[in-house]
Design a protein around this ligand. Structure first.
Ligand SMILES: CC(C)(COP(=O)(O)OP(=O)(O)OC[C@H]1O[C@@H](n2cnc3c(N)ncnc32)[C@H](O)[C@@H]1OP(=O)(O)O)[C@@H](O)C(=O)NCCC(=O)NCCS
Length: 181
C-alpha cells in the first residue's frame, strides 16, 4: 500500500489545517490545542531553513508529515532542553543540529514505512551533521523508530511548561542509520 502514497515537499503553511488533522488523529489534540499549534507551526515556518515533507495519497490526501529546522539556541524548544543537556555536558548537540519538530502519520497508514521515509528524507537534505528531537518519554512506536535510526537518549524526564508528560531528548548523527546498515 505504501506505493499509493508519495513522499515529497509539503507547503505546510498552505496545508497547516490538514497537517494538524493528521497530528490530532495520530497524537491526540483538542480543538484548543489545534488552535495553539496552528500559530506555533506558522511561526516555525518563518525560521531560516525550516522544511516540511508530506506523505500524500494519489488523490491528494495528506496522511503524514514531518517538519524541522536547524536548531537555534534562542528558540523556545532549545532554551527548555538546554539545562537538561548541559547537566551532562551534552549541550553541544544543540549546535549544528537539525531539529525534528513534528513527525506524525495518520492511523491506518502507520507501520508501513512512511514515518521512517519522512524522517530519513528530511534529514538527508540537512546540511547539519546531527539531528535532535524530543519524544514523550515512554516506550512508544516513535521511540522505537528513533532508536532504530540511530537516535540515543541525551536526556530523560524533560519537562516542557504546559505539557503534562515528561519527554526524552534524543540525538543522532546524520545521515540516519538505514535498516540493516
Ligand atoms: C511515530 C510514527 C510517526 C511512526 O510512523 P510509522 O509510519 O508508523 O513508522 P514506520 O512504519 O516507518 O515504522 C518504522 C519503525 O517504527 C517502529 N514502529 C512502528 N510501529 C510500531 C509499533 N506499533 N510498535 C513498535 N514499534 C513500532 C519500528 O521500529 C518500525 O521499524 P520496523 O518497521 O523496521 O520494525 C507514528 O507511529 C505516529 O504518528 N505515532 C503517533 C504520533 C507520534 O507519536 N509522533 C511522534 C511524536 S515525537
Amino acid at each position: 500500500m505504501t506505493d499509493e502514497v508519495v513522499i515529497g515537499p509539503l507547503d505546510l503553511a498552505a496545508r497547516v489545517d490538514d497537517a494538524l488533522r493528521v497530528q490530532a488523529l495520530a497524537f491526540g489534540l483538542s480543538d484548543d490545542e489545534i488552535a495553539v499549534r496552528r500559530q506555533i507551526v506558522l511561526r516555525h515556518l518563518t525560521h531560516p531553513g525550516a522544511r516540511a515533507l508530506g506523505a500524500t495519497t494519489r488523490d491528494g490526501r495528506l496522511v503524514g508529515f514531518v517538519y524541522g529546522m536547524p536548531n537555534d539556541r534562542a528558540h523556545w524548544w532549545s532554551t527548555v532542553v538546554e539545562p537538561y543537556l548541559r547537566g551532562w555536558d551534552l549541550d553541544g548537540w544543540l549546535d549544528d543540529s537539525f531539529v525534528i519538530t513534528e513527525l506524525h502519520v495518520r492511523p491506518g497508514y502507520q507501520n508501513r514505512g512512511l514515518g521512517r521515509a519522512l524522517i530519513t528524507t528530511v534529514t538527508d537534505a540537512a546540511a547539519e551533521p546531527r539531528s535532535i528531537l524530543s519524544a514523550i518519554d515512554t516506550e512508544s512506536p516513535a521511540r522505537a523508530l528513533y532508536r532504530s535510526l540511530g537516535y540515543t537518549d541525551l536526556a530523560r524526564n524533560v519537562l516542557f511548561p504546559s505539557a503534562p508528560k515528561p519527554y526524552a531528548v534524543m540525538g543522532a548523527p546524520l545521515p540516519l542509520r538505514r535498516p540493516g546498515g
